[in-house]
Design a protein around this ligand. Structure first.
Ligand code: LLP
Length: 403
């Protein structure tokens, strides 16, 4: 593990070696099947992380005008930027059109009409893919399930014919293909197999091949191991892509795209926090940390479990604690009944698997100070990092590592 001194807590600590290894594995596994990955920027938009990812030749999956700008700024090529989301604003659409991004993933008939109209105003052609709600159960937390009929995402199958006809009749829209995304933190491969079956069915029923479709975008969703991140630092990208290679039945010339977020970045990040206080409760002891739900919202929002380690009292006698943050909300809890070595005021804790949906979901509630991010690599801090640091995005730190 790592120890640090003199750095203001809480902070996000990214291990760039893990990031580089993960990206290499993902790209290799995808390219074995000719698949293209678009990084879902919502998982982590830290500029150093996005810059590194762009250097692996990935595209970017964006869900706001600001994410589109960020992607362009960090080196993702225009022709690999997709723009998704149920609520794209008119200005955001105009900006994406002006940048001539690769494709809009369109989520409703009305949105399609608006994009058509705005493309007309700009005298341009919008490339669009239709996001279809496949009604596939993702076997994950209900707040991160997106592909069920009851969810707000995508065009219902019952409206797909009308949406397709609209695209094909418009000379301001270029129909690219179909888009799906069933949810996030999916560790069971069965839902992905079901997705393939549903895609095959829809492709045939709606005669998608006859439309000249060129892409099929299957979204993201591959989960990571939050319980044991040390021994499972790398998701099984090969098994994930193999499911699709085995089960999809679409024409060879169609490009298959994925939008991975969490699986690329979760395990490279930790949230480092200092223990402010310990206190005895009636049934249990509490550890109060200087990080809260403002720096990592996942446990409060989804009852998500993150592994917590005491970095400064490795060999203390084990006890059970509720690890809680300083924010004025009872849900500001990182873990209940967590086994930790004896934990004292001043100890440093690492909350693992915080590379995805932690920094990017940071809140300012209670007027909290923005936590900074720091980077760690076994060798030198990478040149990419130095470039960004000069631009004032982050400060390098020296972190000593020991195993
Ligand atoms: N594509 C679309 C259309 C999405 O909505 C998402 C995530 C992704 C791709 C990337 O999914 P991933 O590969 O990261 O699973 N804040 C939640 C996760 C929300 C995911 C939202 N959509 C969490 O912390 O678990």
């Amino acid at each position: 593990m790592y120890t640090t001194s003199g750095i203001k807590t809480p902070y996000y600590l990214y291990d760039l070696d893990i990031l580089h290894n993960t990206l290499t594995m993902a790209v290799n596994a995808a390219s074995a099947h000719g698949y293209q990955i678009h990084y879902a920027i919502k998982a982590n938009h830290n500029p150093i992380i996005t810059r590194i990812i762009s250097e692996y030749g990935m595209g970017a999956d964006c869900v706001s005008g600001n994410e589109v700008s960020e992607a362009l700024h960090r080196g993702f090529p225009t022709e690999k930027i997709v723009y998704a989301g149920v609520g794209k604003g008119d200005e955001e659409i105009l900006q994406a059109l002006a940048n001539d991004i690769f494709c809009f993933n369109v989520e409703s008939l009305e949105e399609l009409q608006v994009i058509d109209e705005l493309a007309g105003q700009q005298g341009t052609i919008a490339r669009v893919a239709l996001r279809v709600n496949p009604d596939v159960y993702a076997n994950t937390h209900k707040y991160i399930t997106t592909g069920l009929e009851e969810n707000k995402f995508g065009i219902q199958r019952s409206q797909l014919r009308e949406a397709l006809d609209f695209c094909l009749q418009s000379d301001r829209l270029d129909f690219m293909g179909l888009h799906f995304h069933i949810g996030s933190q999916i560790t069971d491969m069965m839902p992905f197999e079901k997705l393939c079956e549903r895609v095959n069915e829809i492709w045939e029923e709606f005669e998608i091949s006859a439309t000249g479709a060129r892409i099929l975008n299957l979204g993201g969703g591959l989960g990571v191991n939050y319980a044991d991140p040390v021994n499972n630092a790398y998701p099984d990208f090969e098994s994930f892509f193999n499911v699709f290679a085995r089960h999809l039945k679409i024409p060879q010339h169609v490009d298959v795209h994925f939008e991975l977020g969490r699986s690329l970045v979760a395990q490279c990040g930790s949230l480092i926090t200092r223990v402010l206080y310990t206190k005895k409760g009636v049934q249990k002891d509490f550890v109060v940390t200087d990080a809260g739900m403002t720096e990592l919202m996942r446990p409060s929002l989804y009852q998500a479990l993150h592994k917590i380690e005491n970095l400064t009292n490795l060999n203390g006698e084990e006890s059970q604690y509720d690890v809680v943050g300083p924010v004025c909300e009872s849900s500001d809890v990182f873990g209940k009944n967590v086994n930790l070595p004896e934990t004292r005021r001043g100890d440093l804790l690492a909350i693992r698997s915080c590379g995805a949906y932690a920094e990017s979901m940071m809140l300012r509630y209670n007027m909290r100070t923005r936590a900074k991010s720091h980077f760690l690599s076994k060798g030198e801090i990478s040149t990419v990092c130095h470039k960004e640091q000069r631009n004032g995005f982050a400060k390098p730190i020296r972190v000593s590592m020991s195993n």
